[in-house]
Design a protein around this ligand. Structure first.
Ligand code: BGC
Length: 730
């Protein structure tokens, strides 16, 4: 890693110290060299400027940036170093609920869970590229994207922003999303490093977990995401990890991220996540402060410098990391300018593709779906399906969809409002089924909806659960929706349910309905995507990236830890209340075995397993050949043996120390009768245990059982393979 040595005085400014950097040999050195040259020309105050971010709305004019998102770090104009203009972008370029910038809109991508359900890195990269282009055109050069926290807690209010429960799937997709964003000469973060696995008490909880478990789960997702995506920045989380705040956690920042993974970018804090001048512990930049306040990386840093607790060399090291990332990712050579045209049509088409790829057909008795193009009477119930679909969840990721919201509903008790994108499932169905009569009941009166259902040939109930940053949900659909579905299904067994939720929900009515689709928050053109899947214009291609439990008792932590302390309080209230400032521990009985691994280990059958999802066609698997040795390679054939084109996601699992792990997958688009040879090779880290004492991944020699199939609980081919002993450096 780079090492900074204070040296001779610069020729340009005699008060400025020169830095000499030991460059990693493989690195294209121009970014380092240029960063070093820029740093050498900066005054100490200018160097410190790079270390402190502000809320752009609080920056007084004339400095206030034209593009106002979540953060702003002034540049050094005289040296051509631009400011960092930052926007959230988990699901599109966020616009803070539109409240602060009336009329501001952006493409609302489907939620992260929807993206993950597509299991399609290439598509996720294209979606990232579209969002990056949009950000650029709006004048942003840093996107606070790349949310890759694993879904440990199915009630986590931010699960909709994340990419599921598996480190390989989530890390791969996060890496590709980041790659797409950064193809626009801007920086993306990866976040929230690490273990911000619930919103309840996120600012005061201490995640307690052993290193081995952490390395094999959440850290592995980050590691893969960093390798593939090479993000310019890492955002450290609010919470503590084993009693130390993530943003002052030497183990996480200097140890794992920089020493072990060779990370060359910079670390920025989450907004309000800094509690000390933790530059030596590895934090480079404090985010989102108020210019009027004494910030840790502002006046408090100056005091620490004066007292000798921090040195100029510490500041230089961080400033250099930030500058290097800016040069390496093109921020200096390709400056952004606000107010450029945006191709919303093209981005909307990507959003629709993501939505339809991510829709998971959970159940389809007697082939109720796809809807046949007959002169049927079709009744849609609830979910405002007459006007639109949920554009996203609440909080910093919120996007006001282009075209304006079809509907805005106040969300209680926290963050923002619920927006519906103008993409009406009803209209989309009407245009696809011209001979059918498609009508709508808003679902507010279950008896009325049931009476209408009796007159229909087919009923589709739209059920929703709004989730938001800062608050966890429970697993039940809110309001009267469970009773509504049960009443409608009792009146007409030809009932399908379309779920528009952030994550898993319980389905007490499951036995009564014929079909269930999980459409997540389907975003900008989700209504069309749902209609295309319901009518079979495209296959139901999604596969669950998250286990759906049958009850909360099945999950590792039936009691939401810390809820009794912080309850429904907002982050601000938590900070203000002394009794909630104590750091309550959150423990993880599942340890490394997140999600489906937990259910496998405890021999519990969930409602729907990780990887599950039905297609409108049928697939056969055959010819499994396994190769062992240094790693595992599986070869097999998958054929479409049904009558329709379809998408299969062939999944390969291996048992490591008795527990099932996803080691690879292949997403196949097959015509009827078409067969494909598939080869999946495992990343050896997925076959290894992390040896903390030996500081390495260790593959134990011996036989490993392997399953190939269409879901974590649906093996089609099985076998065993012998692996050789291996030791890999982290
Ligand atoms: C969230 C981050 C977000 C930041 C800036 C925080 O509350 O945790 O994900 O990037 O705000 O909006």
């Amino acid at each position: 890693m780079s090492k900074i040595v204070r040296g001779a005085l610069s020729a340009v400014l005699c008060s400025v110290a020169t830095v000499a950097v030991a460059m990693p040999s493989a690195e294209n050195n121009s970014a380092f060299t240029r960063a070093e040259q820029a740093l050498n020309q900066m005054t100490p105050a200018e160097r410190r400027t790079l270390l402190l971010g502000f809320s752009p709305f609080l920056v007084p004019p004339p400095e206030r940036p034209a593009a106002k998102g979540a953060g702003y770090v002034p540049g050094v104009a005289r040296l051509g170093v631009p400011p960092l203009v930052e926007s959230d972008a988990s699901l599109g370029v966020a616009n803070l609920g539109g409240a602060l910038r009336p009329g501001d809109v952006a493409t609302a991508l489907p939620s992260g869970a929807a993206m993950a359900a597509g299991w399609d890195p290439e598509l996720v990269e294209r979606a990232g590229a579209a969002i990056g282009a949009e950000a650029r055109a709006k004048g942003f050069n840093v996107l606070l994207a790349g949310g890759v926290n694993l879904v440990r807690e199915p009630r986590n209010g931010r699960n909709f922003e994340y990419l599921g429960e598996d480190p390989l799937l989530a890390g791969t997709l996060a890496g590709h999303a980041i790659r797409g964003i950064q193809s626009n000469h801007i920086i993306s973060t990866i976040k929230h490093y690490a273990l911000n696995a619930q919103e309840t008490g996120r600012m005061v909880l201490s995640a307690i977990i052993g290193e081995q478990a952490l390395r094999e789960s959440d850290l592995l997702a980050f590691e893969i995401g960093v390798e593939i995506g090479q993000p310019g920045a890492v955002m450290c989380a609010y919470n503590q990890l084993n009693g130390v705040y993530a943003c002052e956690n030497d183990f996480l920042l200097n140890g794992v991220l920089r020493r072990d993974w060779g990370y060359k970018g910079f670390v920025m804090s989450d907004w309000g996540a800094v509690h000390s001048t933790s530059i030596r512990q590895g934090l480079d930049q404090e985010s989102g402060t108020n210019p009027k306040d004494a910030a840790w990386f502002g006046s408090k840093l100056e005091a620490a410098l004066a007292a000798g607790r921090v040195s100029e060399a510490d500041v230089d090291r961080s400033a250099l990391r930030i500058l290097r990332a800016m040069y390496a990712h093109g921020l200096v050579d390709h400056p952004v300018a606000a107010g450029q045209p945006i191709d919303y049509d093209a981005h909307g088409a990507v959003a629709r593709e993501v939505a339809e790829n991510g829709i998971v057909l959970l159940k389809n008795d007697h082939d109720l779906l796809p809807i046949a193009a007959r002169a049927d009477r079709i009744l849609l119930v609830g979910g405002h399906a007459d006007v639109g679909v949920p554009a996203g969840g609440g909080g910093s990721s919120q996007v006001v969809p282009f075209g304006g919201p079809a509907l805005t509903v106040s969300a209680k008790p926290t963050f923002g409002k619920k927006f519906y994108a103008k993409s009406s499932p009803m209209q989309a169905l009407q245009s696809r089924l011209p001979n059918a009569t498609v009508s709508f009941d808003d679902g507010t009166d279950a008896q009325r909806a049931a009476a209408a259902a009796r007159q229909a040939d087919l009923v589709v109930v739209f059920a929703e659960q709004y989730a938001t940053e800062g608050k966890d949900v429970d697993l039940s659909l809110p309001g009267n929706q469970d009773a509504l579905i049960a009443a409608v299904a009792a009146a007409n067994p030809r009932t399908a349910v379309v779920l528009e939720t952030g994550g898993p929900v319980l389905m007490p009515w499951l036995g009564q309905v014929a079909a269930v689709l999980e459409a997540w928050y389907p975003g900008q053109r989700g209504g069309e995507a749902i209609a295309r899947v319901l009518t079979g214009e495209v296959d139901a291609a999604g596969r669950l990236p998250i286990t759906f439990p049958a009850s909360i008792e099945q999950t590792p932590n039936p009691h939401l830890q810390g809820f009794e302390i912080v309850g429904d309080k907002t982050d601000k209230q938590i900070e203000a209340l002394p009794e909630t400032r104590k750091h309550f521990p959150v423990r993880y009985p599942e340890a490394a075995d997140v999600g489906y691994r937990w259910y496998d280990r405890t021999h519990v059958k969930p409602l729907f397993a990780f990887g599950h999802g039905l297609s409108y066609t049928r697939f056969s698997y055959e010819g499994l050949k396994l190769e062992g040795g240094r790693t595992l390679t599986a070869r097999f054939q998958v054929a479409n043996v049904g009558a329709r084109p379809g998408v299969e996601t062939a999944q390969v699992y291996a048992r490591v120390d008795g527990v099932k792990r996803l080691v690879g997958w292949s997403r196949l688009n097959l015509q009827p009768g078409e067969s494909r040879d598939v080869v999946v090779s495992a990343d050896p880290r997925l076959l290894a245990r992390f040896d903390v004492k030996g500081h390495s991944w260790r593959v134990a020699p011996g036989a490993y059982s392997v399953e190939v199939g269409s879901a974590s609980d649906a093996p089609k081919l099985t076998g065993a393979v012998k692996l050789a002993a291996a030791r890999l450096r982290p």
